[in-house]
Write a protein that binds this ligand. Structure first.
Ligand SMILES: Cc1cc2nc3c(=O)[nH]c(=O)nc-3n(C[C@H](O)[C@H](O)[C@H](O)COP(=O)(O)OP(=O)(O)OC[C@H]3O[C@@H](n4cnc5c(N)ncnc54)[C@H](O)[C@@H]3O)c2cc1C
Length: 487
């Protein structure tokens, strides 16, 4: 039986990102993926939010993606555009980039890292014991692994087999989406009626139309057909505009569910296998990639024996609230799309608020993921928040904070006069003396006082903040990066 330190079920955005993080840390990780190629059928994510671009930047990968996408200085909540050009991030824009391109670029990167991918087969089951997990594949082979991560999407077999509950809310509405050609000029733009909001947009080739149609009744099971699209168009517009030659037709609903736990001993869940919600706000892929960023370095340290496996529990503690909040904002989003007079009145009020500066910044920071705050206790506002990508001056010249994270190594950045002795962690934690004279500004919070030192985790979140003293530093180093090495 072949063995790997980590087996990842599913090579979508989350699984690919996680595999990259593990490979970077030198962990033997393999992906099992049902699809025979990275080709993606149907329409999925259309872009990346700021924090996702930032985490890619932390690995030196942002440019790869940015060069193939289209930046926009705004996002939207319901029908209100939210300008984000004034958010304090180098990447204060959204990047239009279709999920198939995102996956292609990431898969090429994984290929360069030599991650083995068992393509064209399913994980069909697994059994975990004290020391590992036996994973059964649909081609009859088995893999032995220390940890199995379910990145296998909303229908996750890993989640179901582990018996992890998936509580939440059933669908109240479904939408048909399709790329079609039409014999006549369709009614471009949005249309509101008593059923909901519908839209027809022109695709880049100027020939095909992209339709999103609210359905009269909730449909969630059957795979939709051109006939469904035609009938729904006729129900809304009185004509189907001669719809023909669909490139893809699919359906999504507003079902919102989240795994009760992201970990059952040696089995973990990430991405859609851990949380599903409607695509409003375009957050699903983004939070899956960020789940992977949070889990990757922790799992690597546990697999390498640097940290106890209790470190993995912090993955659930930190990431579960993030997806729970996305479930709430997408549910709110769906509620605002209702077309009864009371819901429309509420939507008008929400739009009024979102046009004001402060609410706009808050909502934009939430959807972009820039305001994520892991609860690491009381202290300086930076604690548990993303480290800003400052321009530092160091003994080796100028460098950006994010470039210090390219190898996924934690870093203690010392801005003070006194240096630090972290020799027992020197094999795991970089120490950089730096100068920075600019302002410290965090999304939503604004200016914060300059710390004298910060301990930054490989995922870019601040694990400890120094304020003239070193109090708590050794505890933070031990908690996050394992016991001190014995001299
Ligand atoms: C219409 C629509 C629009 C969307 N728009 C956006 C958007 O604008 N922005 C955004 O961020 N998100 C958006 N999303 C959500 C986004 O597509 C998902 O959140 C994202 O794909 C999740 O990635 P994942 O890797 O967790 O899961 P998936 O992409 O579902 O990948 C799971 C992978 O696992 C494989 N697999 C499944 N079961 C097995 C098995 N048993 N064994 C082996 N392999 C298996 C599958 O083949 C697949 O490759 C949208 C979704 C939809 C439906």
């Amino acid at each position: 039986m072949k063995s790997h330190a980590v087996v990842i079920a599913g090579g979508g955005p989350t699984g690919l990102m996680l595999a990259g993080e593990l490979a970077l840390a030198g962990v033997d990780a393999a992906i099992v993926e049902r699809r025979t190629s990275q080709e993606l059928v149907g329409m999925r994510a259309k872009g990346l939010h700021s924090r996702t671009i930032e985490v890619l930047d932390q690995r030196g990968l942002a440019e790869l993606f940015v060069s193939q996408g289209q930046p926009h200085d705004a996002m939207s909540f319901h029908e209100t555009p939210l300008k984000i050009g004034d958010l304090p991030s180098r990447h204060n824009y959204t990047l239009a980039l279709q999920q198939n391109h995102f996956e292609r670029i990431l898969a090429e990167h994984i290929c360069e890292l030599d991650v083995p991918i068992y393509r064209g087969c399913d994980v069909t089951g697994f059994v975990q014991d004290e020391t590992g997990v036996d994973v059964a594949l649909s081609d009859g082979r088995s893999l032995r692994t220390e940890y199995l991560v379910g990145c296998d999407g909303g229908q996750s077999l890993i989640r179901k087999t582990a018996g992890i509950e998936f509580p939440g809310w059933d669908a109240t509405t479904s939408w048909l989406i399709a790329e079609i050609q039409t014999a006549e000029e369709p009614a471009w733009g949005f249309r509101h009626d008593t059923v909901g909001i519908h839209g027809i947009g022109k695709l880049d080739d100027g020939r095909r139309a992209f339709v999103v149609l609210t359905e009269r009744q909730v449909e969630s099971t059957a795979a939709p057909t051109l006939r469904d699209v035609s009938e729904t168009l006729i129900g809304i517009y009185g004509t189907d505009f001669g719809a023909h030659s669909p490139d893809c037709i699919s359906r999504f609903t507003d079902m919102a569910r989240q795994a009760a736990t992201y970990r059952d001993r040696r089995v973990l869940l990430a991405g859609d296998s851990a949380h599903v919600h409607p695509p409003m706000g375009g957050q699903g892929l983004n939070i899956g990639v960020q789940d992977a960023m949070n889990l990757g370095w922790k799992l690597a340290q546990v697999a390498k024996g640097i940290s106890p496996d209790s470190l993995l529990d912090t993955y659930h503690t930190e990431r579960h609230p993030v997806a729970a909040r996305v479930l709430r904002n997408t549910m709110a989003h769906v509620a605002l799309r209702r077309q009864d007079e009371r819901s429309k009145a509420l939507a008008d009020y929400v739009a009024q608020f979102l046009r004001m500066d402060e609410p706009r910044k808050r909502m934009a920071a939430e959807i972009s993921g820039l305001d994520v705050h892991y609860n690491l206790g009381e202290g300086h506002p930076l604690l548990g928040r993303r480290m800003p990508d400052l321009d530092l001056v160091t003994a080796n010249g100028s460098m950006r904070v994010f470039s210090l994270l390219h190898d996924a190594q934690p870093v203690l950045i010392n801005f003070g006069e006194r240096s630090f002795d972290i020799a027992p962690w020197a094999d795991r934690v970089q120490l950089v003396d730096a100068k920075y004279s600019g302002a410290w500004e965090l999304p939503v919070l604004g200016a914060v006082t300059a710390p004298t030192a910060v301990l930054v985790r490989p995922d870019g979140y601040v694990a400890w903040v120094g304020d003239l003293t070193q109090e708590g530093l050794l505890d933070a180093l031990t908690m996050w990066f394992g016991a001190p090495a014995v001299a």
